[in-house]
Ligand binder design. Structure first.
Ligand SMILES: [Zn+2]
Length: 325
């Protein structure tokens, strides 16, 4: 409520316009994940998504990410903004792309190719589906101690367990999630099920023919900075290969899974540069040619007031998680 009042005051006083003007030479790269009407999943509703697009369309020059990067620094035009999506859930095809097309707005999607191939779940999805399917009860499990699942708190528990998972290596995380599912009495399906299903390659081809740009988001969505060089090269090169095989293009860019500062490293970025022309993180780092393998993005908030502050350049209170404080 307070934030809403502050945003309204800033809007009425013209401060948002002034902030936008002062920061007009700073290109914005906006990051979305899911566009879906489901209170148990993280994402933005289709209605809010369209409202956000209409808001930025009036105030910014929305260009493709490739065009924004072609003009980076010296040739930088004012008010440039590009839109990106991560992961590759099917709601991009059903909910986001039709709206983007209707408003004639370009976008780039970064896909996790093993997920599109239905070879792996995205682990936060798998964890969420397990926690949501568990019977309300008190449980205890290695690493997270005892916890209670009630009708009203499964997402709080999900957060708690996901935080623990982030501290584990890829292999240990997989083992942990499988053992947790057993403990909670929830069977795991080998393929991601609705509402966690991926877009298909055929749908990606169809959208690519209509102008969608496609980049890599690794094969299995690991924390790249945790991998040894052999595993890292596999994630970087095989995801590129799968996109080339299925779409017929060499993807220009990669966005690093999880995308916080600690999730990449100079070693990751040096290796990524062998395969890609740019790399994206998931917090508002600098967007400049000097940091081409570490370009920052703004997370599109599901709160319209936060969204307006962020997009107009009130970024001083944003931490590395991309959340407005
Ligand atoms: Zn991701």
């Amino acid at each position: 409520m307070l934030k809403e009042t502050i945003t309204n005051l800033l809007e009425v006083s013209g401060s948002l316009t002034i902030a936008r003007y002062i920061t007009r030479k700073k290109p914005r790269i906006l990051m979305y994940h899911r566009v879906i009407e489901n209170t148990q999943l993280p994402g933005i509703s289709p209605g809010l998504f369209e409202a956000q697009l209409r808001y930025i369309k009036k105030r910014f020059d929305i260009v493709s990410l490739n065009e924004l990067l072609n003009n980076i620094d010296e040739k930088q035009k004012p008010y440039q903004l590009a839109i990106t999506f991560d992961d590759g859930h099917r709601d991009f095809y059903t909910n986001a792309w039709p709206t983007l097309r209707k408003l004639d707005i370009p976008a780039t999607i970064f896909v996790t190719t093993g997920f599109i191939d239905k070879k792996n779940w995205l682990w936060p999805d798998l964890l969420r589906s397990i926690v949501l399917a568990a019977k309300p009860d008190t449980y205890s499990h290695d690493g997270i101690g005892s916890f209670e699942i009630t009708q009203s708190n499964p997402l709080i528990i999900w957060n708690h367990v996901a935080d623990h998972c982030l501290t584990l290596s890829h292999e240990k995380r997989e083992q942990f999630i499988i053992s947790l599912a057993k403990k909670l009495g929830v069977p795991i399906s080998s393929e991601p099920q609705d509402p966690y299903s991926p877009i298909s390659w055929a749908e990606l081809r169809e959208m690519h023919a209509q102008g969608l740009d496609i980049g890599s988001h690794s094969v299995t969505h690991p924390i790249l900075s945790d991998l040894d060089n052999e595993e890292l090269l596999y994630e970087l090169s095989y995801s590129r290969q799968r996109i080339r095989e299925e779409i017929g293009i060499d993807p220009r860019g990669i966005c690093y899974p999880n995308g916080m500062a600690k999730d990449t490293s100079p070693n990751v970025e040096n290796h990524a540069q062998q395969f890609y022309q740019y790399g994206l993180v998931a917090y508002p780092a600098t967007v400049s040619a000097n940091h081409i393998m570490h370009l920052g993005r703004f997370a599109a908030s599901s709160n319209m007031h936060r969204f307006k502050l962020l997009i107009n350049g009130f970024s001083t209170h944003i931490n590395q998680t991309g959340e407005y404080q």
